[in-house]
Design a protein around this ligand. Structure first.
Ligand SMILES: Nc1ncnc2c1ncn2[C@@H]1O[C@H](COP(=O)(O)OP(=O)(O)OP(=O)(O)O)[C@@H](O)[C@H]1O
Length: 310
């Protein structure tokens, strides 16, 4: 698979005293979307800027499409093939949306308007095409910015908080659009605090804290490693009285904890056989089981658990 971003052992400091990025290595591949997550001040925006050659690293090697972003000529080759959405940057308030788009069309030498039309439709911006950006709401400005980084069908998207200010419908449509881009081979590095975006778009996450990578893997892998205690869940077809379930499970093994609700039984144990015994007992009692599986925390919960454990 084609590597798009390749960063090795990157250190960065703003003041020559404290490392804001400490030995960071990461790669992204064609058609892959990677979520860059971590708490406030972790170093996400700094990392994005270093990868783009906006900030100069203290140590390390960075290549994007095989070019060095710190070299001006090579940087131009990178920028021509990618879209960058900076965090919270304002749009030119005096420009109309039409003029703003023209600017990026010229920059990227885009002649065909079909992608622009599609994006204007998707973001519901047709009616404000002639309006000044200064009159736009926060979400509309964000859509205008997203539109301009997509008009030249970039091979790589580096985005800092792309869903900031977007309503849920726009967020869903944007994610759907990004998924289609991914299928065509576009790769993405997305710095974000939005769990919805991560769960619905990112193939992989890289978590940084205090300038260091502390986790790399899929959201499911994070959910698995961040589960404080293994848990199994038995979901019943129909609701059963809590007292009845408690009575059925009264003499079962030695599970550390069994939590009974009306149609679910959660068994907190590191012994899978105990969970299987509970399952068998429930079935022997004539109850119909809809689902029996490992129970995983949500991505947000796993993210919190993982950070707390660090
Ligand atoms: N221009 C700057 N000069 C000095 N220090 C900076 C500068 N920009 C950021 N920092 C510091 O670098 C660290 C990382 O900041 P950065 O903005 O990269 O974090 P982040 O993960 O993007 O945070 P957030 O989620 O809040 O956007 C923080 O300690 C921050 O105070």
């Amino acid at each position: 698979m084609n590597k798009h971003i390749d960063a090795i052992n990157v250190d960065f400091t703003y003041d020559n005293k404290k490392l804001v990025l400490n030995n960071v290595s990461l790669s992204t591949y064609q058609g892959e979307s990677v979520g860059l997550v971590g708490p406030n001040g972790a170093g996400k925006t700094t990392l994005v800027r270093v990868l783009l050659g906006i900030l100069y690293p203290k140590n390390g090697n960075i290549q994007v499409f095989g070019y060095n972003p710190l070299n001006k000529k090579e940087r131009e080759k990178i920028y021509g093939q990618m879209g960058y959405l900076p965090e919270g940057a304002d749009v030119y308030p005096q420009l109309t949306l039409k003029q703003y788009i023209e600017l990026f069309k010229t920059l990227h030498e885009v002649e065909d308007n079909s992608t622009i039309e599609e994006l204007l439709d998707m973001f519901d911006l047709q009616d404000v095409f002639e309006k000044r950006l200064g009159t736009f709401s926060k979400g509309m400005k964000q859509k205008a910015k997203l539109l301009t980084i997509l008009i030249h069908s970039p091979k790589l998207l580096i985005m800092d908080e792309p869903t900031d200010g977007l309503d849920i419908a726009s967020k869903e449509e944007t994610i759907e659009y990004m998924r289609k881009l991914k299928k065509k081979g576009t790769s993405m590095l997305i710095a974000t605090h939005d769990p919805y975006l991560v769960e619905n778009l990112c193939d992989r996450i890289i978590m940084i804290n205090k300038g260091e990578i502390i986790f790399e893997g899929t959201t499911q892998q994070l959910q698995e490693v961040a589960q404080n205690e293994p848990c199994y869940v038995i979901e019943l077809m129909e609701k059963v009285k809590k007292e009845k379930l408690e009575e059925i499970l009264n003499n079962i093994g030695e599970p550390q904890k069994i939590i009974v609700e009306e149609n679910t039984i959660k068994i907190w144990t590191d012994d899978e056989n105990i969970a299987k015994n509970v399952y068998k007992k429930v079935v022997d009692e004539g109850l119909i089981v809809k689902n029996f599986d490992r129970y995983l925390p949500t991505f947000s919960q796993a993210y919190k658990n993982f950070l707390e454990g660090k």
